[in-house]
Write a protein that binds this ligand. Structure first.
Ligand SMILES: [Zn+2]
Length: 277
């Protein structure tokens, strides 16, 4: 699943291509979207903003409608110049938005709805900006309180709860636990408030570090990104533990462990020596 940093990059690229420009073309294979467009045509409306919230991408139109998409595993948005060759097959196209400069194509986007802004939070449980690690309105105290409200659950699970702290995905989950020397299988309630606050601050720092580079590319894909949490340039040393089962810990040499965690059986990597509590 794309993590929050990836959605954030997509929103930024789409924002540059679409914001403050009039829509000149719209197509979708989703009947609910085309019906909305029949009632309230998007052509002629202006895109007011493109934002990410956790793993949701929100495109606000001047007529009051908001196009809400969630990428799950397979979806991606690409931005092309008119006439440019698409990088994915035409029959993967689910949504297409055009303006005078660009064509934005949502490929294999599995969840897409048109909503009014006030319907959003309740209907989709989209996390508030205060707990989105990539939002300028991020409130570390609020995120810390929400994480602590899941005291009976394991840290590695709670970091994935989008209603506690939004924007951390499965790769970062393992990395955050390593960087804070936290055992991902310990209960949140077993950590003091300072440690939870440290986990929250580290979450924001690591995820944000992956969106600072801004290449200004005109095309966005989910495949082309290499997450980095170690600060090292060498491609073999980009992360501390994720995907490194049985390889030696970069700090102590102990073999990294791998285990499925939580109700959704998400894979977790950790060092049993460096992450004791
Ligand atoms: Zn270690």
């Amino acid at each position: 699943m794309p993590e929050g940093d990836t959605i954030f990059r997509t929103a930024r690229a789409l924002g540059r291509a679409l914001t403050a420009k009039a829509v000149t073309g719209f197509r979708s294979t989703y009947p609910l979207l085309t019906r909305f467009n029949d009632d309230t045509p998007l052509i002629g409306q202006t895109v007011e903003s493109v934002d990410s919230r956790g793993k949701w991408l929100l495109i606000q139109f001047s007529g009051g409608g908001m196009l809400v998409t969630h990428m799950l595993m397979s979806g991606s948005w690409h931005i092309y110049r008119h006439g440019e060759r698409w990088q994915r097959p035409r029959n993967h196209m689910r949504i297409l938005l055009e303006n005078s400069d660009y064509v934005a194509v949502g490929f294999s986007v599995p969840v897409a709805k048109m909503m009014r802004a006030h319907e959003l939070a309740r209907a989709l449980r989209i996390p508030p900006a205060a707990i989105d690690v990539l939002s300028a309105e991020f409130d570390a105290g609020e995120a810390t309180r929400r994480v602590q409200a899941h005291g009976g659950e394991e840290v590695g699970d709670v970091l994935l709860h989008q209603e506690a702290i939004a924007g951390v995905g499965n790769v970062f989950k393992s990395e955050i636990c390593f960087v804070t020397a936290t055992n991902p299988f310990c209960k949140v309630a077993d950590l003091d408030s300072e440690r939870v606050a440290f986990l929250v601050a580290t979450s924001r720092r690591l995820v944000k570090a992956n969106v600072l580079e801004d290449s200004g590319e005109t095309m966005v894909t989910y495949g082309g990104m290499h997450r980095r949490t170690t600060g090292r340039i060498d491609p073999g040393e980009r992360v501390w533990v994720y995907g490194r089962g049985d390889e030696p810990c970069r700090k102590c040499g102990e073999p990294i462990r791998r285990q499925l965690q939580g109700p959704d059986a998400r894979v977790t990597f950790w060092c049993p020596k460096c992450q004791k509590s």
